[in-house]
Design a binder for this molecule. Structure first.
Ligand code: AHG
Ligand code: MN
Ligand code: MN
Length: 315
């Protein structure tokens, strides 16, 4: 799949051609393409808007920006008429939305705009998508067939996997997604780390893991935007992102369905790992759309180290 793309032709491999060469199934190719296109519309919304609260809260009790709601509406409308999506679950919707006839193949999850509270600071934010074959209740490893995220930064980039490696595309001036990195692979060990949550709220075992990374000279990289923070670990081919269990919230902050499953899928496809500290994210059963999990995601060495420190819970 695509290994034969020579340097000469690589610059003109757009997303559709890449997925065709990778042997991605037709309906899934079309669905991924239709979702990727929404990145242009959401980016346009980001450019025209300033940070206005929509006056609503999502199921997590978080204030919704007008941008959260409009990004969600763009995605839902695009998927509604795709012909491939039966149900849609979004961080901005109160419940699962039936958007097809019921006979369609795929179930799509969305964090339409992750890190939206950063939009007024002009820091990078993103869209996170999971594509499940059938229902999404159960283990991600059994239901997920693809995942992607779009990063709205100095460039608009899109990283996707349909189970045949993890690949990055850049949106060019002509509005095409052109291949920029094929088969991204994480090294066994990296040199950057991201730390979610407040130090005073960390558990002693998480604190000991962080002190280990600091003693080893890892460089702190944390923007507060899950998408660019994860993207940095992937594009720098190593390191670890953590948002741990906290003393008052043992499940941490990030959402299994909307944020963690898609990133775990992409990271495993790039030779990395993702765990809640005990089990692989893709092996955790989704029981509730609002489920949260601690997350340690990135290179095998660092994720393995995190598991070691977390197992040493002091009795
Ligand atoms: P969202 O904007 O979709 O609610 O996600 C925000 C998340 C995620 O982007 C980031 O990793 C985390 O919030 C940052 O949390 P803290 O502000 O607690 O660091
Ligand atoms: Mn989010
Ligand atoms: Mn969000």
């Amino acid at each position: 799949m695509g290994e034969g793309i020579s340097d000469y032709t690589k610059f003109c491999v757009d997303l559709r051609r890449h997925m065709w060469m990778a042997g991605v199934e037709t309906e899934l190719r079309r669905l991924i393409w239709q979702i990727a296109v929404t990145g242009k519309y959401i980016s346009a919304k980001i450019h025209e808007s300033n940070r206005k609260l929509a006056g609503f809260k999502n199921i997590f009790g978080e204030e919704q920006l007008a941008l959260d709601k409009s990004s969600d509406a763009i995605l839902k409308n695009q998927l509604q008429f795709s012909g491939f999506v039966r149900e849609y679950a979004s961080e901005e919707q109160d419940q699962i939305v039936q958007i097809g006839t019921g006979a369609e193949k795929y179930f799509v999850t969305a964090d339409p705009l992750d890190g939206s509270s950063l939009v007024d600071t002009n820091l990078a934010i993103g869209t996170i998508i999971g594509i499940h074959n059938g229902a999404m209740y159960g283990k991600g490893r059994d239901t997920m067939v693809a995942a992607l995220y779009i990063t709205y930064g100095p460039l608009i980039t899109m990283v996707y996997s349909a189970g045949k490696g993890t690949h990055e595309f850049v949106l060019n001036r002509e509005g095409e997604y052109v291949l920029s990195q094929e088969n991204i692979r994480l090294k066994e060990k990296g040199d950057i780390y991201s730390l979610g949550g407040l130090r005073k709220d960390w558990t002693p075992e998480h604190l000991r893991f962080v002190e280990y990374l600091e003693d080893e000279g890892y460089k702190l990289r944390y923007s507060g935007g899950f998408v660019p923070d994860i993207n940095q670990v992937l594009i720098k081919n190593g390191g670890i992102f953590t948002y741990p269990a906290l003393k008052k919230s043992p499940h941490g902050k990030l959402r299994l369905l909307f944020e963690l499953l898609p990133m775990a899928f992409l990271m495993e496809q790039a030779g990395g790992e993702a765990t809640d500290g005990k089990q692989a994210i893709l092996d955790i059963s989704v029981e509730d759309i609002g489920q949260r999990c601690p997350i340690y995601i990135g290179s095998r060495f660092e994720v393995g180290k995190a598991r070691e420190f977390l197992e040493e819970v002091q009795t």
